[in-house]
Design a protein around this ligand. Structure first.
Ligand code: ZN
Length: 428
């Protein structure tokens, strides 16, 4: 198959020949029996998400491996890491293999299960990290995401343990006592609204401790969904020491602020904006953008968190935390980072494909678009602006904060090892 007239990382138009799941040739005027017209779209290496909640097993009313990976493909993703906070929890070889197999069966994108750090995410006893690493799912990323591994001894042991198989511990940094009952960012808005505040220090203190622990045992730490300017400063310091620490930021933390809880197009106290970690201030957003641009934050990860209507459309304090994000991620990154001149398309490819693949140790993803690479390719048209319509999502859930908002860009096609999973914006 030939993909015609695409601009690799925004460069000059070329044709790409795919054969046997690989990129066979790149050039002008290539000939072949079957072809797809790229119509000048930008070609990126297939996106890789470090942080997706697929909800299966246990909450198939919110999302399944099938619908979640369809949502990923529509967003331009060729691989996702499936978080462990399912029911049962992905804390054994059996559960991670089940999720991995479902991903293979549906084939919309590769599914790499994340293993829980502690049994049942309960923070008491280390899970069978080695058995999950040795399983068919080859788990390399471990996280209790949704909960913080707040016991320093357990965190130290996990960091020591994963060194044996080049794994990484991905921490959801949230000091539990400082955030007991917390509802939104602690600041002037939470004060005015009378909602229990979620202080920045609850995130920053855990990140600082974990950077020190990772350095102490010589292991690899990844920090999930960084949300404050102070966290950025700590990461900058840890990196300046040469420590093996990486971090991610979500698209929503690059665009949205806590003022939306008070005043937004959908009114005040709308739980569509309730998320963990919470939306922060404009100054935090600016610091996160600058950090993603200069590499202090390594990657964009969606934290795609589907919830059924009844869990979101309720009063603020009772509503579930989280937003769907796979199908809007690239558009939000274009809006926050490309339109502002902070990143070019090569920079986007680095932070949404190359680096996340490297952190997750996914050899078949995040490779440069050149002859000999696996044909994992996303075609993206940045020139259009469209109104976000959640009813068009492939995700089973609709809890997007961007409904009705006009965002730039559109995923035109996604190829997984040479096979289209999305063409003309539609699932194949
Ligand atoms: Zn989390």
């Amino acid at each position: 198959m030939i993909i015609r007239n695409v601009r690799i990382l925004g460069g000059e138009p070329v044709d790409i020949r795919l054969a046997d799941g690989m990129i066979a040739e790149i050039g002008q005027g290539l000939d072949g029996p079957e072809s797809v017209d790229g119509a000048g779209a930008i070609a990126l290496p297939g996106l890789v998400d470090l942080h997706t909640h697929l909800r299966e097993p246990g909450r198939e009313d919110a999302e399944t491996v099938q619908t979640g990976t369809q949502s990923a493909a529509r967003g331009g993703y060729t691989a996702v890491h499936a978080m462990a906070n399912t029911s049962p929890v992905a804390d054994t070889a059996g559960v991670v293999e089940q999720v991995w197999r479902l991903g293979r069966e549906f084939g919309h994108c590769d599914v790499h299960p994340v293993g829980a750090v502690t049994v049942g995410l309960e923070g008491r006893q280390l899970a069978e990290l080695g058995a999950m690493a040795d399983s068919a799912a080859r788990v390399r990323v471990f996280s209790d995401d949704g909960k913080c591994v707040d016991d320093a001894v357990l965190m130290r042991r996990a960091l020591e343990y994963v060194k044996a198989f080049d794994g990484v511990v991905a921490q959801h940094a949230q000091e539990p006592r400082l955030t007991s009952g917390a509802q939104m960012n602690e600041g002037v808005v939470s004060g005015r609204l009378g909602l229990t505040g979620w202080p920045a220090v609850a995130e920053e203190a855990v990140i600082a401790r974990d950077c020190l622990l990772a350095a102490h045992v010589g292991s690899r730490l990844h920090v999930c969904h960084v949300s404050t300017a102070g966290s950025v400063e700590i990461l900058r310091w840890a990196k300046s020491k040469g420590w093996n620490v990486t971090a991610e930021v979500t698209p929503h933390h690059l665009l949205l602020t806590d003022d939306l809880v008070e005043e937004s197009p959908v009114g005040a106290y709308n739980p569509i904006y309730k998320v963990n970690p919470p939306l922060r201030t404009r100054a935090d957003v600016e610091a996160l953008r600058a950090a993603l641009a200069d590499g202090t934050i390594d990657a964009v990860a969606t934290d795609h968190a589907p919830h059924p209507v009844e869990d979101k459309e309720t009063e603020w304090s009772a509503a579930a935390m989280g937003m769907v994000g796979l199908e809007t991620a690239l558009s939000v990154v274009q809006e926050a980072m490309v339109e502002t001149g902070l990143l070019d398309w090569a920079g986007v490819a680095e932070r949404m494909s190359v680096v996340p693949a490297r952190i997750g140790r996914l050899a078949g993803h995040g490779q440069p678009l050149q002859a000999g690479s696996p044909a994992n390719i996303t075609l993206y048209d940045p020139s259009v602006r469209t109104k976000v319509d959640p009813s068009a999502f492939a995700s089973k859930s609709r809890n997007t904060p961007y409904e009705g908002m006009t965002l730039p860009g559109r995923v035109v096609a996604t190829f997984l090892r040479g096979r289209p999973t999305v063409l003309e914006g539609k699932l194949v």
